[in-house]
Design a protein around this ligand. Structure first.
Ligand SMILES: [Zn+2]
Ligand SMILES: [Zn+2]
Length: 196
């Protein structure tokens, strides 16, 4: 013992403890773990098992809960009506956004009734394109356009002009335009070429 004086000895011990506090704590923790290893391992396993049990329970309960919600949706007219209303509003919104962007008039005949308007692929091949991206016509396609940030290459046509353009290659409105003015040789040639 370096100090015969008890006061000095106590001071020495206090200093030593202060200096080695962290080391001592780590040592005692380590030895505690070592002594209780098996017990701790059991408790870890128990915890993991009970966590898994809770997860499983939630999973099972979620399925049950979803089933109940779906059953309620299917059986409750009021809920179904509300959902339909929501879908209608949401469809109208995307439709409006699309025609706000591409215009609210048929590029061929000027029709402006929104219910008659549709989006036409300027380059043609709309059906094949939609098929290739796996998107159905109508509101599904409008949602896709919005998601793509309203890409170029599309224009507004009314359903009549759209169908006629797809079917004949050009809308009869364009043919009428040729017919109302005195035909020139070049008009005649063009109408022969497009087969109308
Ligand atoms: Zn039109
Ligand atoms: Zn037309």
């Amino acid at each position: 013992m370096p100090y015969a004086d008890p006061e000095k000895r106590r001071q020495y011990q206090r200093d030593w403890q202060e200096k080695n506090r962290l080391k001592m704590r780590a040592y005692s923790r380590k030895s505690y773990y070592k002594r209780h290893e098996a017990e701790l391992e059991r408790s870890r396993k128990r915890n993991a098992e009970s966590k898994q049990y809770i997860r499983d329970w939630h999973q099972a309960n979620k399925a049950r809960r979803m089933k109940r919600v779906i059953e309620r949706y299917q059986s409750d007219d009021a809920v179904r009506a509300m959902r339909n209303q929501h879908m209608k509003a949401s469809n109208a919104k995307v439709r409006n956004e699309v025609f706000d962007h591409y215009g609210r008039r048929c590029a061929c005949c000027g029709e402006s009734e929104l219910a008659f308007l549709s989006i036409d692929h300027e380059a043609g091949g709309g059906n094949q394109h939609r098929k290739s991206i796996g998107i159905k016509a109508g509101v599904h396609f409008y949602r896709w356009l919005r998601k793509q940030g309203f890409p170029t290459g599309y224009r507004v046509l009314c359903h009549n002009c759209n169908m006629a353009t797809g079917f004949y290659g050009v809308c009869p409105h364009q043919r009428e335009q040729f017919a109302t003015k005195a035909p020139t040789l070049s008009d005649f040639d063009l109408s022969m070429v497009i087969g109308l």
